[in-house]
Design a protein around this ligand. Sequence first.
Ligand SMILES: Nc1nc2c(ncn2[C@@H]2O[C@H](COP(=O)(O)OP(=O)(O)OP(=O)(O)O)[C@@H](O)[C@H]2O)c(=O)[nH]1
Ligand SMILES: [Mg+2]
Length: 301
Amino acid sequence: MSQDTGQNTNRRSGMVALVGRPNVGKSTLVNALVGEKVSIVTPKPQTTRHRIIGVLTEGETQIALVDTPGLHTSQKTALNRVMNETAVSSLAGIDVVLFVVEAGQWRDEDAAALARLARIKAPVGLVVNKTDRFKDKTELLPFMEQVSGERAFDFVVPVSAQRADNLQALMTELAPRMPEGAYLFPEDEYTDRNMRFLAAESVREKLTLFLQQELPYSVAIEIESFESGPEQIEIHACIWVSRDNHKSIVIGKGGAMLKKIGRAARLDLVDRLGQRVDLRLWVKVRENWIDSEAAVRELGH
Ligand SMILES: Nc1nc2c(ncn2[C@@H]2O[C@H](COP(=O)(O)OP(=O)(O)OP(=O)(O)O)[C@@H](O)[C@H]2O)c(=O)[nH]1
Ligand SMILES: [Mg+2]
C-alpha cells in the first residue's frame, strides 16, 4: 500500500475544465472519463447548474475534471445569469480548458461560448464530441478544420463520450500537461460533491426527463433531511416550483407523476450510493424564485 505523502515526485495532479454551449455532452464526457456517474445527463439543454468535479486517478496522474453549466446566450432570469457566472468563474486556477463542441454542429452559441475564453492563459484543447453520429469519420475532417480555425487550439481530439470512444487519445493530451505534485484529492474519491448533493441531482435528472418543455428549468431541489441508518438511507426532498399551476403538474393525476419521478430517482440513487434508499418527495411553491438572485443562491446555486 502506498500513501500519498506529497514526496512522490513522479506524481502529477491538475485541474481540467470542460466548457461549451449547453447539450454538447460535457457531463457525459466527465462521467465517461471518471467511469462513474458524477454529473446528471439529459437530452435537454441547461441540465448542469453547478460546478461539479469528477476525479480521475490513473497511473501516477490525477486529473480533476470540472464540469460546468453550458454557456448560453439567454440572460433572462437570475438563474440563467448565475449559471453563466458559475461556468466562467470555474476557469480560475485551471491547468487545461477543454472546449467541447458537437460534431457537425457549429452554432452562434458555440461562438459566444468560445469568445468567453478569449483571455484564458491556460492551454485550450478542442474536443469534438458525438463522433458516433458520423459513420464515415472522414466526413468529420472539414468540420474539425472549420472549428480549428476559430482559435489557435493547443490540441484537437474527436471523441464519442457516449461510446467511450478515443478517450485514451484525450488522456494522452491531458496527462503530460498536469503539473507535477501531490494529488489534490484522496485516491478513492471520485467527486467533490457529497451524497446529499447527488441525491438532489438524481431527483432533478428524473424530473427534467419526465416533465415537458420549460417546467424543469424553474424547479429546484432541496434536501430537507438525509439520514444514514444501518439498513438504508432515508432522504426527504422538497421540489420547489415557481408557480401554483406547476405544483399540480409535478404531482400529476392522483400523484402519478410524483410517484414516477420518485421511483426513478430512488433506483438511480441505489445505483449511485450502493445502499438501500427510502426517498420521500414534497412539492412546494415559491413564487418566481428563478427571477430572484437571492432565492437562486439560497436554493443552492
Ligand atoms: N450520440 C451521442 N450523444 C451524446 C454523446 N455525448 C452526450 N450525448 C447526449 O447529448 C445530450 C446532452 O448530454 P449532456 O452530457 O447532458 O450535455 P452537457 O453539455 O453537459 O449539457 P448542459 O449540462 O446542459 O450544458 C444527452 O442526451 C447525451 O446522452 C455522444 O458522444 N454521442
Ligand atoms: Mg451538463
